[in-house]
Design a protein around this ligand. Structure first.
Ligand code: ADP
Ligand code: ZN
Ligand code: MG
Length: 471
């Protein structure tokens, strides 16, 4: 049996106001070409880089969140290669002294090792207009701070790789270091895959330009099969870079890898080395918020929600904060599940495709908690609850006032409801006789008539009880 071995190289554009080595705006949403550029990021002679401290902090913060060993001494290096979209003819990166060393991220119960995290600058982007004999270069992205994370070859399937990448994306977002959108290229995943029957790893193939988690998973699984079949039929795996054809769902050879590329790395002479004091690191450490893994455990412990509900809340910070405020207002652990259900199903349904943003949501946690209490105490039935929620959603009104104004209150187990039921019995002699003759369906019919008479405001269970009593 051939066993797959997978390691990932993940790049994320950092969320900073300005670029890595100049004061140009770092704006991934800028559509006009060559707007956010200056002498530095277009490499005019005589210009000098100045490191962006915010970017440095964000890489350290990420390293801390992933239990990496944080360097006390770090430096930048030049990685030399020619490409039209790297104007200097080299990229400022980090070679032998990355800011973050070994760490790990747990996926389920398995620790996936992280080899290193370093800081570099992004390249510009080249455009090759179809049907023309020229290319265009856009330097808006040139010099944008880019974090690179490399994993150990600890991953063994496409699913595990995409789970790892998803969890990492979540962590980047919790930390606020990157928006990490795969579609926008803010987070890019490169995979290295080999298969082997023995303890010695096989020849690895690299797949680039995978722009979604699904594609990461599919490309890896395809490649595992391809390499296995190739070896089983007596072939050899070539060390190469492959791309992904989304239409055919196959990988294809892009270029064979020069076994040792010579980037002629050397220390960047225009930037001083970095030295991090203990106190400086402590300040960054203190800024790290509760991370997804901790939050999952806490939501299980404090609210005992279902796993799928917990995942929804872990993925949606605003919604989960609102849930916690409402739960605290409710102050009754028996309704936590109910709050979660209404938020995830009904509120999400009302929101449609728009994301939950608390400032734009009209219902206060206090009113939402009151709404839930009314359901829990059977003051309103589920049908009324839907009408009430819609009204609160649209107007932000107080639930008890809305119920009173519309006369939506559930008929209590009192004389009024009993009177209605007695009338229904009197008006329907045939179903009553049928029920007494043993036809259970007739009771449902009578209950239906009562609900109709009370415009759905009666509690169905109470109706059944009184009906049985009077019959
Ligand atoms: P390179 O020098 O080609 O960039 P590295 O040793 O830096 O290779 O590793 C790059 C990535 O490939 C890392 O994520 C690493 O875990 C992974 N990797 C290394 N060897 C293998 C292998 N034989 N099979 C699969 N992945 C590997
Ligand atoms: Zn610039
Ligand atoms: Mg490498």
């Amino acid at each position: 049996m051939y066993k797959p071995t997978i390691g990932l190289e993940i790049h994320a554009e950092l969320k900073t106001n300005s670029k890595m080595f100049c004061s140009c705006k770092n704006d991934p949403n800028e559509r006009r070409p060559n707007v956010n550029i200056c002498e530095v990021c277009t490499a005019q002679p005589g210009t000098l880089p100045v490191a962006n401290e915010e970017a440095v902090k964000k890489v350290i913060k990420t390293g801390m969140a992933l239990d990496c060993k944080i360097a006390t001494e770090s430096k930048f290096d030049r990685k030399n290669y020619f490409y039209p979209d790297i104007p200097k003819g080299y990229q400022i990166s980090q070679y032998d002294q990355p800011m973050c060393g070994k760490g790990y991220l747990k996926i389920g119960n398995k620790k996936i090792g992280i080899t290193r995290i370093h800081l570099e600058e992004d390249t510009g982007s080249s455009l090759h207009p179809e049907g023309t004999d020229y290319s265009l270069v856009n330097f808006n992205r040139a010099g944008v701070p880019l974090m690179e994370l490399v994993t150990e070859p600890d991953i063994t399937s496409g699913k595990e790789a995409s789970d790892f990448a998803k969890e990492l994306q979540l962590i980047f977002r919790y930390l606020g270091v990157s928006d990490a959108d795969m579609e926008k290229g803010l987070m890019r995943v490169e995979v290295n895959i080999s298969v082997s029957k023995t303890k010695t790893f096989g020849t690895k193939v690299e797949i680039k330009n995978l722009n979604s988690f699904k594609v990461v998973e599919k490309a890896i699984d395809f490649e595992i099969t391809r390499q296995t079949e190739l070896l089983e039929s007596g072939g050899v795996v070539l060390q190469e870079t492959r791309g992904w054809n989304d239409k055919k769902e196959i990988t294809f050879s892009q270029r064979e890898k020069e076994s040792a590329h010579d980037y002629r790395y050397f220390p960047e002479p225009d930037l001083p080395p970095l030295h991090f004091e203990k106190e400086y690191l402590q300040v960054i450490q203190a800024e790290i918020p509760e991370l997804p893994a901790k939050k999952r455990a806490r939501f299980k412990r404090e609210y005992d929600l279902e796993e799928a509900q917990i995942e929804m809340f872990v993925a949606q910070k605003d919604l989960s904060e609102y849930f916690e405020k409402t739960a605290s207002e409710a102050g009754n652990e028996k309704v936590y599940g109910l709050i979660a259900n209404y938020l995830i199903t009904d509120v999400k349904g009302l929101l449609g495709n728009t994301e939950f943003v608390e400032e734009k949501f009209k219902i206060t946690p206090e009113n939402f908690a009151e709404f839930i209490a009314m359901i829990y105490q059977s003051e309103i039935n589920s049908k009324t609850a839907k009408m009430l929620l819609l009204e609160m959603f649209n107007t932000g009104g107080d639930p008890s006032q809305i119920v009173e104004a519309n006369n939506w209150g559930q008929m209590k187990d009192d004389g009024a409801l009993e009177k209605v039921i007695a009338e229904v019995i009197a008006k329907n002699p045939k179903p009553v006789a049928d029920y007494k003759a043993g036809n259970k369906n007739s009771l449902q019919f009578l209950a239906g008539q009562v609900m109709k008479e009370t415009r759905g405001t009666a509690n169905p269970t109470t109706v059944q009880e009184i009906l049985k009593k009077l019959l």
